[in-house]
Design a binder for this molecule. Structure first.
Ligand SMILES: [Zn+2]
Length: 432
């Protein structure tokens, strides 16, 4: 895939994926378009040599894989992992809040949101609605209002003179979006029904039963900077890696069995039925290699590249980095290392990755958190700890992780795509 097309498609992927449900749906559509076959977990699977398949769980996690050969215990898997969720504000079940003449929405904070970045943004609402049809079926549908229908205005500096010396946001009282004035009638279920009816004209809705909805910034992803060297967007963590992994899988030459796993709930620890700390990957791999002896052989001949964004050295906050481990934007993906296993990288998986990157003439950077600061984590150590697969944690350098608008390098994603594509074709990993 060409560089400029790659980045254009990345921007539209980011824009069309405001929630994990939509991100999974975007990937699902891309896979179907390329001839991948959708499997359902509740059905019998017939996996054929030369096949390309995918399966979703909870509509918010996805595993896609290719089967150029079926002796997985001999070939192992070339696996790429990422996560579909991002920190955000989610609507509470009884979300309607009426205060001082305004209709507002009660929200829960999902994950480590950088709360102040949500102020003064043109927000919309998207997610999944579960409803009962007039024929008695309970079904789910994705909704996306697309229009900016909500806003959380800042407080004037005249009413908070200390705002620039330190600013805190109370998540119960101070982050509630305003929808409209109380002189208007407002009922959330009525609003949802009218939006669903617009999106699904054939849907015969009896009653809305429940929903999982979140707010998002309507400003589209964009290339910025004097030379357009940056990508600014919501949810770069971690839709950037989902997209790169997806394109690498689609570009793999179908010589080696390759697998992409993108899971929900990473931002809250990954423990769920569809999260990396749940059984989703293990369930899929055991169906592909039911013999327990061969299953272990397959895992030990595999490698997982867990891709999740890294912290680039921010020129305004350089003291936050160890100066020997200070990744720069647009200088290549970052190998993430942590002695306390917050990252799963070891010297062998790092060496294999370095070798593949060198074959692509692609730079490699390295991140270790300052020894006097706590380290983040990701799906790498969780997946590795679940199934025992040799794993490396890597990621593209970014600024403003968990801001409503993050920044990455416009050259980095394409480079990583080339390296991961080569990884899916790699025959030999370690020599034992
Ligand atoms: Zn992440």
């Amino acid at each position: 895939m060409e560089f400029s097309y790659f980045n254009d498609a990345l921007l539209s992927f980011l824009h069309s994926s405001p929630t994990p449900f939509h991100a999974t749906d975007s990937m699902r559509n891309a896979l179907l378009k390329e001839g991948f076959v959708e499997l359902l977990e509740e059905d019998n699977w017939v996996i054929e040599e030369g096949g390309r398949y995918f399966v979703t769980r909870n509509e918010s996690s996805l595993i896609a894989f290719t089967t150029p050969q079926l002796s997985f215990s001999q070939s192992g898997w070339r696996m790429i992992g990422a996560h579909t969720d991002s920190p955000c504000l989610k609507l509470k079940p009884n979300a309607q809040v009426d205060r001082f003449g305004y209709h507002q929405l009660g929200v829960e904070v999902y994950g480590g949101v950088l709360l102040h970045t949500w102020l003064d943004r043109d927000l919309s609402i998207a997610g999944r609605v579960t409803l009962k049809t007039r024929s008695g079926d309970i079904v789910s549908r994705l909704v996306d209002f697309k229009d900016p229908i909500a806003v959380v205005p800042n407080l004037a500096i005249h009413l908070n003179r200390q705002a620039n010396e330190g600013f805190s946001v109370n998540p119960q009282e101070e982050i509630l979006p305003i929808l409209c004035g109380a002189e208007n009638d407002f009922d959330l279920h009525t609003l949802l029904i009218s939006q669903l009816q617009k999106q699904y004209t054939d849907l015969d809705i009896d009653v809305i039963l429940d929903f999982e909805l979140s707010l998002y910034d309507t400003q589209p992803a964009a290339l910025v900077g004097l030379h357009k060297e940056y990508i600014c967007s919501a949810r770069l963590d971690n839709l950037l890696s989902c997209y790169v992994g997806l394109q690498a899988l689609l570009s793999s030459d179908l010589q080696r069995p390759s697998l992409l796993i993108c899971t929900d709930h990473e931002e809250i620890g990954s423990l769920s039925a569809c999260g990396a700390n749940g059984p989703f990957l293990d369930d899929v791999l055991r169906r592909l290699t039911p013999n327990p002896e061969l299953y272990v052989q397959a895992i030990q001949r595999s490698m997982l590249v867990s891709a999740d964004n890294a912290h680039g050295l921010h020129p305004n906050y350089a003291h936050k980095h160890d100066k020997n481990h200070a990744p720069a934007i647009n200088k290549g993906a970052v190998i993430k290392v942590n002695a306390n296993q917050r990252y799963a990288t070891n010297s062998e998986t790092a060496s294999i990755y370095r070798d593949i990157a060198a074959e692509e003439n692609y730079q490699v950077q390295c991140f270790v958190v300052r020894s006097d600061m706590a380290c983040g984590s990701t799906i790498g150590p969780i997946t590795s700890g679940e199934i025992g697969v040799p794993t490396i944690d890597i990621g593209l350098p970014t600024f403003g992780m968990h801001s409503i608008r993050e920044l990455a390098g416009s050259r980095d994603a394409y480079g990583l795509y080339k390296v991961l594509t080569r990884f899916t074709q790699r025959e030999k990993l370690m020599t034992r």
